[in-house]
Design a protein around this ligand. Structure first.
Ligand code: NAD
Length: 265
């Protein structure tokens, strides 16, 4: 028996990285999964791969999370295919590095549009469906930069702080409808976002992972970068009705201990 038997979960940004691992894990735990992204070829491949092997099933939908109409269409497609939606993982996100005083307004707004407005539109479009299905879960993807500052990611950190605020308000407003809303706050995770070598199809992925581990050996108490599969396990915990039944409105840091305190070695 899977932890998500009978559930239908829409996951944004699921064509690669953490979202892909969430889609694969959720399907393996019995959910039918809506793989949503703007990377259509990669997203189709992930959905096809899951559809063939998982206990649940999967469908790809093109969804730019910053586009209101895309949300309306994605929800309609998902309901037509699976009859309902009772779970959402707002995972899609983008990162830009820039000194705050050098950040162009356009860049700041682009991050807000995808990371922050995207999560808002997702909650607004999907929460009524979850309520109609009798309740369920929303997991928002913030970041450890949602609970502390980090130099050169000002726009990104602002959106991730906002996601935690949104999570708390949504938890308060939606609890009465049987919807729990929580946030994951990953530290450095080995995906294309933190490790651009992953975007190069010719690169040795093991070598890329080792190089990244080397970088984080001193920074992170657990001595390595995180894996997208580990974030997926936390998202599964927060999506499972049994495992996290009494948890809502909370941010969960998953960072190998990076934020635990000041390291002296
Ligand atoms: P990633 O870049 O591999 O994946 C991000 C996914 O989001 C991609 O598939 C991308 O196509 C999709 N996406 C981007 N813009 C979109 C849009 N407008 N509409 C729909 N999809 C869109 O990186 P990842 O690490 O898997 O990132 C997943 C989430 O985790 C993001 O929200 C990111 O901010 C967050 N996060 C990542 C790290 C890290 O170190 N990798 C740390 C903290 C938080």
């Amino acid at each position: 028996m899977g932890k998500l038997d009978g559930r239908v979960v829409l996951i944004t940004g699921a064509a690669r990285g953490q979202g892909e691992q969430e889609a694969r894990l959720f399907a393996a735990e019995g959910a039918r999964v809506v793989v949503a992204d703007v990377l259509d070829d990669q997203g189709e491949d992930v959905a096809k791969d899951i559809g063939g092997g998982g206990a649940g099933g999967a469908l790809y939908v093109h969804l730019d999370v910053s586009a209101e109409d895309d949300w309306t269409a994605a929800v309609a497609t998902a309901k037509e295919a699976f009859g309902k939606i009772d779970g959402l993982v707002n995972n899609a996100g983008i990162l830009r590095f820039n000194e705050l005083t050098a950040t162009p307004l356009e860049e700041f707004r682009q991050l807000m549009d995808v990371n922050q407005v995207g999560a808002f539109l997702g909650i607004r479009a999907v929460a009524p469906e979850i309520a109609a299905a009798g309740g369920g879960t929303i997991v928002n993807t913030a970041s450890f930069t949602g609970v502390t500052g980090m130099a050169y990611v000002g726009a990104y950190a602002a959106t991730k702080h906002a996601i935690i605020g949104l999570t708390k308000v949504a938890a308060l407003e939606l609890a009465g409808k049987g919807i729990r809303v929580n946030a994951v706050c990953p530290g450095a995770i080995d995906t294309a976002m933190s490790n651009p070598a992953r975007l190069d199809p010719g690169s040795d992925t093991e070598e890329a992972a080792e190089a990244l581990d080397g970088l984080y050996r001193r920074l992170v108490p657990l001595g390595r970068v995180g894996r997208p599969q580990e974030v997926a396990r936390l998202a599964l915990f927060l999506t499972s009705e049994e495992d996290s039944a009494y948890i809502t409105g909370q941010p969960f840091v998953i960072d190998g201990g990076w934020l635990a305190g000041v390291s002296v070695i």
